[in-house]
Design a protein around this ligand. Structure first.
Ligand SMILES: Nc1nc2c(ncn2[C@@H]2O[C@H](COP(=O)(O)O)[C@@H](O)[C@H]2O)c(=O)[nH]1
Ligand SMILES: [Mn+2]
Ligand SMILES: [Mn+2]
Length: 294
């Protein structure tokens, strides 16, 4: 059982027995708990850009994984931009500045951004380790001088940058966190299981919108070339059993672009880039009723 309720009614998530094998966890949850079955769980058609925004709603524009390829993206009308990481290829200061200029050119009232595994310079422990190594896995990063990237977050002047932190915008509590399951040793990678769960445990209850870089298990997390699900099992349990946001926005798995619901939370994988890094998937818009509007 991946969830416990304390005498104070607080839900505690524990590490799932199949945490390290998400494909197996998916099968187990499906067979034993019908966790991914209709009618509650299903795909959702994206809202057309010309759909009128209902009164008393805020329109969110979700993008992710733009990977320094923003030039041709047609941005729709909306109120709040949510970018869920991998806005660069390597987190180079020049890329971050270019991304920030692009943000500055967009008309949204608010813009909220998290990092992904490609924002190497944003992960201070990762970059410190990289600088110690005498072989050059990422030559253009390794040749940077520390003072060029030390304060890289400060280049993001045209957005709110979240890193294991939250902001309230238009009454919505929005929490953002960049961590993803270890894959090829990039930034913000952690082993599946307790290490990632420790990060998810920092997400407060009552968050309206959760921004992560990668997907939870079972919701737009399929990697066709490997016939595998790669979403985080502990993230799924945290979202469905403890935090229960209205919107979970992410990217990370480019092939998983699309929208699903479990009947309560809407899951949006808005990866702009395809698996071959072509920036052809359009931003996804989503309307939420303003908090306090009944
Ligand atoms: N089998 C896995 N494949 C993964 C995982 N994370 C990412 N990927 C694959 O790489 C691309 C691009 O990701 P990026 O972070 O380099 O932009 C993604 O679309 C997947 O095909 C993983 O954890 N396991
Ligand atoms: Mn990516
Ligand atoms: Mn990524």
């Amino acid at each position: 059982m991946a969830r416990k309720i304390s005498s104070q009614g607080k839900v505690t998530i524990s590490v799932d027995e199949y945490s390290s094998n998400p494909t197996q966890a998916f099968t187990n949850y499906n067979i034993n708990q019908s966790r991914f079955q209709p009618p509650h769980v299903h795909m959702v058609e994206p809202l057309p850009y010309d759909a009128p925004k209902p009164a008393g709603h805020t329109r969110f524009v979700c993008v992710s994984d733009t990977h320094s390829r923003t030039d041709g993206i047609q941005m729709p009308f909306g109120d709040v931009l949510l970018h869920t990481g991998d806005f660069t290829e390597l987190g180079l200061p020049s890329e971050v500045k270019k991304f920030n200029d692009w943000l500055g050119s967009l008309p949204y009232e608010f813009k909220v951004v998290i990092a992904g595994n490609h924002e190497l310079t944003f992960d201070k422990d990762f970059i410190a380790e990289l600088m110690k190594q005498d072989y050059y896995r990422f030559p253009s990063v390794s040749k940077l001088k520390t003072e060029e990237f030390d304060d890289v977050q400060s280049f993001l002047t045209n957005c709110v940058y979240l890193q294991d932190s939250e902001v309230t915008i238009k009454g919505f509590r929005i929490y953002g966190t960049p961590w993803t399951p270890w894959f090829n040793g990039w930034g913000f990678n952690l082993p599946r299981g307790q290490s990632l769960l420790d990060k998810w445990n920092q997400i407060p209850e009552d968050v309206d919108i959760l921004m992560t870089h990668g997907p939870p298990l079972g919701f737009r997390d399929w990697v066709p070339k490997e016939l595998q699900r790669v979403g985080c099992v502990e993230l799924l349990n945290t979202v469905q059993k403890r935090v229960r946001p209205k919107l979970h926005a992410y990217g990370g798995i480019h092939e998983g672009y699309g929208i699903m619901t479990d009947g309560y939370t809407t899951f949006i994988n808005s990866s702009t880039c395809t698996v071959s890094f072509q920036p052809t998937n359009p931003p996804i818009i989503f309307d939420l009723p303003n908090p306090g509007n009944s």
